[in-house]
Design a protein around this ligand. Structure first.
Ligand code: ADP
Length: 326
């Protein structure tokens, strides 16, 4: 395989705090290893449209602490077509790109894997998504920050909940996975957590509310992951309101604020390590792999494995949440 001289980096899919720290690490590691680096704006959409530009070390100044992504991100329908990917390939060739680092979620890695089968340009992925639902890595970039944002917000809501004896249904992100809800639930001492991974929680919630009513415990925090099996926070609140009239029920949907803000020290640290590892993997002629983080070590996981694998919720965490809400 020819020696790599020039690489490109992009962010794709949903934005996550710490993506900038990852871009910075990729750029600086590439320069350290005497490679040229090109940034691609708007993910695969920019690759198709030719939004490529050279990045220098100084361009990376003062971004490690910034949320979002300076490269912007986008979802690209065209990249899902062979013609779209052929256009992207033409642009990469025009810029003499030998390899690409993509920062995103499993959709991004799926696209990268397909592209690399059709065209001879290796891709390495860095997991960036607040949901932490990727197989093969203990953490994805952005999760720790989102978790901390959610915890801070719940703490504030809890002040009102306890002062006014109210029961709050708080909806947090997690369409397919309840990692944010479960861990925020443990960290804030929430009374109940509703997540996609568990069936039959409508009955558990009812039993909890009956018990709380008996104990005259009217101040409660019930965390609702978006993708749980009952419904949205408002919908669930509406369902229980008629039976539990004594509760002062309120609803808070946290929304996009969970994705923003300055990354935590952990996310910056993770992004920095994975950024360097991604560049070094490409130099070692690796392709179609994600650089992940397992037991505090950097690991390589094939795109196939991470895309096909399913990250299960940790049973021990479920038990801890259960024990501590009595
Ligand atoms: P994430 O990477 O956060 O999971 P998406 O699922 O939106 O986010 O994927 C990001 C982008 O990856 C998509 O907009 C699309 O361009 C590309 N992509 C996803 N799935 C495929 C696929 N099956 N084939 C080609 N490209 C894909």
């Amino acid at each position: 395989m020819a020696k790599i001289k020039k690489i490109a980096v992009l962010t794709s899919g949903g934005d996550a705090p710490g993506m900038n720290a990852a871009v910075r690490a990729v750029v600086r590691a590439a320069i350290y290893h005497k490679l040229e680096v090109v940034g691609i704006e708007h993910g695969y959409e920019g690759m198709i449209k030719g939004e490529l530009f050279t990045l220098m070390s100084k361009d990376m100044r003062n971004i490690i602490h910034r949320g979002g992504t300076i490269l912007r991100t986008a979802r690209s329908l065209e990249f899902k077509t062979e013609e779209g990917r052929a256009k992207a390939y033409k642009n990469l060739k025009e810029f003499n790109i030998d390899a690409v680092v993509v920062i995103g979620g499993d959709g991004t890695f799926r696209g990268a894997g397909i592209f690399s089968q059709e065209h001879d340009i290796p891709f390495v992925g860095i997991p960036g998504t607040i949901d932490n639902d990727m197989y093969g890595t203990d953490f994805t970039i952005g999760f720790d920050t989102a978790l901390n944002t959610v915890v801070e917000t719940i703490d504030k809501i809890k002040d009102t909940a306890s002062s006014h004896d109210r029961t709050f249904f708080i909806e947090v992100m997690g369409r397919d996975a309840g990692f944010i809800a479960l861990q925020a639930g443990i960290a804030t001492g929430a009374e109940a957590v509703l997540i996609p991974e568990i069936e039959g929680q409508a009955e558990t919630l009812r039993e909890f509310l009956i018990k709380a009513k008996k104990m005259k415990k009217m101040s409660n925090i019930i965390l609702v992951a978006e993708g749980n099996n009952i419904g949205g926070a408002q919908e669930i609140a509406n369902q229980v309101k008629s039976e539990f009239k004594d509760f002062g029920i309120r609803v808070n949907v946290l929304g996009h604020m969970q994705r923003g803000g300055s990354p935590t020290a952990f996310d910056r640290f993770l992004a920095s390590r994975l950024g360097v590892a991604a560049v070094e993997a490409l130099i070692d002629n690796q392709r179609s792999i994600m650089v992940g983080y397992k037991n505090h070590e950097v690991v390589h996981v094939s795109f196939n494995k991470t895309i096909k694998g399913h990250r299960n919720i940790n049973e021990e965490l479920l038990k801890v949440a259960d024990i501590l809400t009595i």
